[in-house]
Every structure is written in structure tokens, then in C-alpha cells.
Design a protein around this ligand. Structure first.
Ligand code: ATP
Ligand code: MG
Length: 389
């Protein structure tokens, strides 16, 4: 029995002239996501994608991987038959066996208008045949089982379960962004939300090694591996930040430390964005969550960016962010213990209402440009592939 996955995309299909650009991107991303599995190919067929499988493919694994690909609205495991009524009826009967049901409905979509019967005619004929052979009753409103039939190009595709995808747009279709990734809960979720809207994420992680152990580096690497299931082959920059922190701590007033850390991070991330052709920085900030995330402080931080800082979680409560972190699989890694580089030397009373002039005059004590160049020279860049486990 030949099995395939049919992939339906939602918004991707609505993009007019750009449609094939989006479709091609989705095809490429699916191929990346399925690398190492026994799939045979991915092709476009009439507003859908077809993922063909070898007979010994690990179907649950392929299903899990497709479930993380951005831009898929829903997908389904199908039985493929020839495009004639005998083959469709036999195929449908075989496919629904093994399901428990008392009531049944058949629903048909006919993309190939050359096929001699209309969709309602196909549903009626296949439905009658299935009812006769299973003893089930027809129920058009609340059936236990729906048998879908799609007549596309030269084949018929039969399925009984629609699997929801993430939705959104294919990663890469909206350009590149640089995500400032800490080891915490929020920034991986922020990255995921941007990837969902088609942005390819490049990650930047600042670490204080050797002031701290390597836990934050290891966590960042692990988080990137999880996010790469949707972002595919992923670039990550590890930036040493200990020297900059030491300078800030010894040379500037304590209340501004966190803001100055952030202004330095943002400047460095902006340089990496320039190098990579990324058009925005992404953070996991949420309004008012901590002292550095007041409107006044966000403004002081943004002042040195030179490109937009997007904050997809700005209006989210912690609970909403935690729920999403659990759903996308980053929560357990994010909550492992580590020393956040920015919680080192944080004063008891950080400024919550800093003015840009205050930050600027505090920075007069620093060799800002030299610190940035030093950090950039010591950057380590890695390519991370998705960690499927
Ligand atoms: P998170 O849960 O993402 O760590 P948070 O609520 O702890 O966020 P902060 O620690 O104030 O908030 O950090 C705000 C944002 O700054 C983070 O969401 C992240 O985008 C960025 N950031 C903080 N620390 C780092 C770091 N070490 N490396 C890269 N980006 C960082
Ligand atoms: Mg944090």
C-alpha cells in the first residue's frame, strides 16, 4: 500500500505572485526537516505538497518533524490509489478498517476537474459502499469517522485524520533576524514566534565564561538545537562578555549596570546583524516584567540599536510565555540552573527610569568601540543542526 503525507499550507497559498516563492521555500524547509528519514521526495501538486515515503519509513518520526515546520496548516497521512472509482472504494475500505466507529461521513475534494464524477457524487458512491461493507450508519453532522478523499492530478488520496501544523509562514520567507538568546524562558519563545512568521533566526548568546561555568553556553546550544527543528540549519554566535562586564562594574554607577550591559549587547548584536544581512534584533522582553523592561529603559536600550528591536512577547504574561515554552519544548532546558551573565553584579536597586543622557554619560567612562571590537574578534560561530530525539 503506497502511503504519502499531503501537506496543506494556509497563508502561503494566499500570496498571489509570490506564491511559488513561498511554496519553494516550504519545500526546501521540509526537505531539511526530513533529512535522515526514509522519505523519498517532496513535490508540489496543485496547491498542496506531497511527501512520498519509502515502505519502511518511520511514520511517527516524520509526523513529529512535519509538526515543527512553519507554514504548514495541516497535513495528513494518506493512502494513494489510482484515480478510478473501484480503486478508490477498495482503498477507502481498507484504510478505514482498524478504526472504531458507528457513524461515518465521506468528504471529497476534486482538484482534477477532468474526473467524471463531481465531489458530492464521489462522496455518495464511496459512502454507500463503505456503509454496506462496515454496517456503519451515515451521519453528516457528528460522525465518529470522516473519510476524506482528494482527487488531485492523476491519483486519489484517502485519509481519516487531519494533523494540525503550526501555521505561519515558511522560515526564510520573511528574511533574517538576529535573536538575542539568553538561557532563560523568554528569548527562545520570542525566537519561535518570529520563526513562525517566516523569519530565519540567527542566534547570539553572550556568556561570562570564565566568570561563570559553561552552563549558560551549554543551555544556549541545547535551546538552539530544539529551535532548529523549525529554523533548520542554524547559525549561532557565542560572544564573550566577561571583559565588558568587568569594565562596566568597575567604571560606571551601579544603578545603570543592566542598562549598560544591554546597550553593549545590542550594539554587538547589531554588528552581527549587519554582517549576516539581518534586518531586526529580537529579544524576549515583556513589558514591566523586570526593572530593565520598563518603557523608559527599553527606549534607552533601543537608542543604540540602529535597526528595529522587535519584542514578540512584549504584551504577554509570564504564564502565557511558559505555556508556549512547554509546547515548543524549550521549557525544561530553560529552567535548568545556570548563572545568567546579566544577573552577575546586578545592583539591589536598578534604575527603572533611566534617561538616555544618563546612560551616555555613564558610557563616557568606557572605551565602548574598543570593547565591541574586542568582543567581535573573540566571537565563536557555530552551525547547529536540529536535535531530533
Ligand atoms: P529571558 O527569559 O529570555 O532570559 P528575561 O525575562 O530573563 O528573558 P532579561 O534577563 O532582562 O529578561 O533579558 C531580556 C532579554 O535580553 C532576553 O529576553 C534576551 O533577548 C536578551 N538577553 C539577556 N541576556 C542575554 C544573553 N546572555 N545573551 C543574549 N541575549 C540576552
Ligand atoms: Mg534572562
Amino acid at each position: 500500500m503506497q502511503k504519502v503525507f499531503i501537506v496543506h499550507y494556509g497563508e502561503v497559498g494566499l500570496k498571489g505572485k509570490n506564491r511559488s516563492f513561498f511554496e519553494n521555500r516550504l519545500v526546501r524547509n521540509i526537505r531539511h526537516a526530513l533529512e535522515g528519514t526514509e522519505y523519498v521526495g517532496v513535490q508540489r501538486i496543485h496547491g498542496r505538497l506531497l511527501v512520498t515515503l519509502s515502505t519502511y519509513a518511520d511514520i511517527p518520526e516524520i509526523q513529529r518533524r512535519l509538526g515543527a515546520v512553519m507554514g504548514i496548516a495541516h497535513f495528513e497521512l494518506c493512502r494513494v490509489t489510482e484515480q478510478n472509482m473501484e480503486a478508490i472504494k477498495d482503498g477507502a475500505l481498507e484504510w478505514i478498517q482498524g478504526h472504531e466507529f458507528q457513524t461515518l461521513k465521506v468528504e471529497t475534494r476534486r482538484a482534477n476537474k477532468q474526473f467524471p464524477l463531481t465531489s458530492p457524487e464521489i462522496s455518495a458512491e464511496v459512502g454507500g459502499y463503505l456503509l454496506k461493507h462496515t454496517g456503519a450508519r451515515a451521519d453528516m453532522h457528528h460522525p465518529d469517522l470522516v473519510c476524506w478523499i482528494e482527487i488531485v492530478e492523476k491519483s486519489a488520496y484517502i485519509y481519516t485524520e487531519k494533523i494540525r501544523g503550526v501555521g505561519g509562514l515558511p522560515v526564510g520567507a520573511s528574511g533574517k533576524v538576529v535573536v538575542m538568546l539568553s538561557g532563560g524562558i523568554d528569548s527562545p519563545v520570542a525566537a519561535w514566534r518570529m520563526m513562525k512568521r517566516g523569519a530565519k533566526a540567527i542566534f547570539v548568546h553572550f556568556h561570562s565564561y570564565p566568570f561563570t561555568d559553561k552552563a549558560s553556553l551549554e543551555k544556549a546550544a541545547e535551546l538552539v538545537g530544539i529551535l532548529a527543528k523549525s529554523n533548520h540549519r542554524t547559525q549561532v554566535y557565542y560572544v564573550p562578555f566577561a571583559e565588558i562586564q568587568r569594565e562596566i562594574v568597575t567604571k560606571t554607577p551601579a544603578p545603570f549596570r543592566v542598562i549598560l550591559y544591554r546597550r553593549l549587547m545590542v550594539r554587538i548584536a547589531a554588528r552581527i546583524a549587519e554582517r549576516e544581512g539581518a534586518l531586526a534584533l529580537i529579544t524576549g522582553e515583556s513589558l514591566g516584567q523586570v526593572a530593565s523592561q520598563t518603557l523608559a529603559n527599553l527606549k534607552v536600550i533601543e537608542d543604540v540599536a540602529g535597526l528595529p528591536i522587535l519584542r514578540p512577547l512584549i504584551g504577554d504574561d509570564k504564564e502565557e510565555i511558559v505555556n508556549l515554552a512547554q509546547r515548543i519544548g524549550t521549557f525544561d532546558v530553560s529552567t535548568l540552573p545556570h548563572q545568567d551573565c546579566c544577573s552577575l553584579f546586578v545592583p539591589d536597586h536598578p534604575a527603572t527610569n533611566a534617561a538616555i543622557e544618563d546612560a551616555q554619560s555613564a558610557e563616557d567612562a568606557l572605551e565602548v568601540d574598543a570593547l565591541i571590537e574586542q568582543a567581535l574578534e573573540a566571537v565563536e560561530k557555530q552551525t547547529v543542526n536540529p536535535s531530533f530525539s
